[in-house]
Design a binder for this molecule. Structure first.
Ligand code: GDP
Length: 345
């Protein structure tokens, strides 16, 4: 009996030990999870505390005494800051060189150093950004022509940047300004793109001209222009396939659309959050089409703000609109002064 009881007890103990260690394991695991959660929360809070681009510049400015040697140290920091915030290397160097010319060798009162540098930076950025024009005014000018030809806008850009949504937003914006529109579904390449633009058209009460997948995009655009002429529509907005800028055949195709339709305006749509990638995209489209203006989408989720400077400077073309959300009314006419104010200058 003793032996079997002992065995029984031993087994019980083993069982308990197992349970206890499992329980401890569970507790330890829960503790670990709690700890890692705390860590994540702490890190997120730290991230949120990160100062914005120009707040950090401001901080640095107040500590800077301007001598040639110190400017070098400061300019290295400024360059890093600009690059971290999506300003292309080429553009950061231009900003720094101009700033160097403006501030070195000049005498500033110590208390004015910060405001002097800020003013100089502001001036440099103002000069980098080309003054935007109003699409509404351009269309109205053409509307007052005797010929009554529609104003044609061709949109280009890679997939997923928000090109189709931007077209719908601009069409809605024009409609609100008393300008009638028709949309050309010239992205006959990507599955679902025709349905996508038709859906926007239905929601906005705007006619979409389309053909089947694989149809010649230039022919679709040409049809839309014909439709606009016949029906006295003021403006034709042409959606195109979101080609990669490296896909030469697709770039050639958009050149053809441009040659056939002779658009009044060629707009490049790019994501403000893309960083440096947008530069190569914009350069290729500009090289193929000689674009007239830029729309930067997703500005609502871009905390950095440097893309506008980069793309504006590299193309020397104006930014016309900023996309600021997914809804149709989330589009803002680009305002240089407002942009600079937002940078904290
Ligand atoms: P496309 O492939 O370039 O035609 O891109 P789409 O128009 O289909 O847009 C891709 C995604 O980006 C969609 O989910 C849009 O709602 C979203 N989008 C477009 N513009 C903006 C914007 O300004 N802000 C935000 N947050 N999302 C946007």
């Amino acid at each position: 009996i003793t032996r079997s009881m002992f065995k029984f007890l031993k087994e019980k103990l083993k069982n308990w030990a197992g349970k206890i260690s499992k329980h401890q394991e569970k507790e330890i695991r829960e503790e670990e999870i709690k700890e890692s959660r705390k860590k994540i929360i702490k890190e997120t809070a730290k991230d949120e505390k990160k100062e914005s681009f120009f707040e950090r510049i401001k901080g640095k400015i107040s500590r800077v005494k301007i001598s040639e040697k110190e400017f070098e140290v400061y300019s290295e920091e400024l360059e890093m800051l600009l690059i971290e915030n999506n300003v292309a290397l080429e553009v950061s160097q231009k900003i720094i060189n101009e700033l160097r010319e403006k501030v070195i060798g000049k005498e500033f009162l110590r208390k004015e150093i910060e405001s002097e540098i800020k003013d100089n930076l502001k001036e440099i950025i103002e000069n980098i950004l080309v003054e935007p024009f109003s699409i509404v005014e351009k269309i109205r000018e053409k509307m007052s022509d005797q010929a009554k030809e529609p104003y044609v806008i061709l949109f280009c850009g890679i997939n997923g940047t928000g090109k189709t949504t931007t077209i719908a937003k601009i069409a809605d914006h024009l409609k609100r300004n008393g300008i009638t529109c028709v949309l050309a579904a010239s992205d006959t390449f990507r599955a679902a793109s025709i349905e996508q633009i038709k859906k926007h058209g239905e929601k906005l009460g705007i006619r979409v001209i389309s053909q089947d997948y694989g149809a010649d995009p230039a022919a679709v655009a040409f049809d839309a222009i014909k439709y606009a002429k016949r029906n006295f529509i003021n403006c034709v907005l042409i959606d195109t396939a979101g080609r990669m800028h490296t896909a030469k055949n697709l770039i050639r195709e958009i050149e053809k659309i441009s040659k056939v339709c002779k658009p009044d305006l060629k707009i490049f749509v790019g994501e403000s959050i893309t960083g440096n990638d947008i530069i190569e995209q914009a350069k290729s489209f500009d090289w193929a089409l000689n674009i007239d203006g830029i729309v930067l989408t997703k500005a609502d989720i871009d905390e950095k703000g440097g893309t506008a400077l980069s793309v504006g400077y590299i193309l020397k073309k104006p930014i016309l609109y900023l996309g600021t959300g997914q809804e149709y009314n989330k589009i803002e006419v680009f305002d240089k002064q407002k942009f600079i104010e937002k940078l904290g200058l």
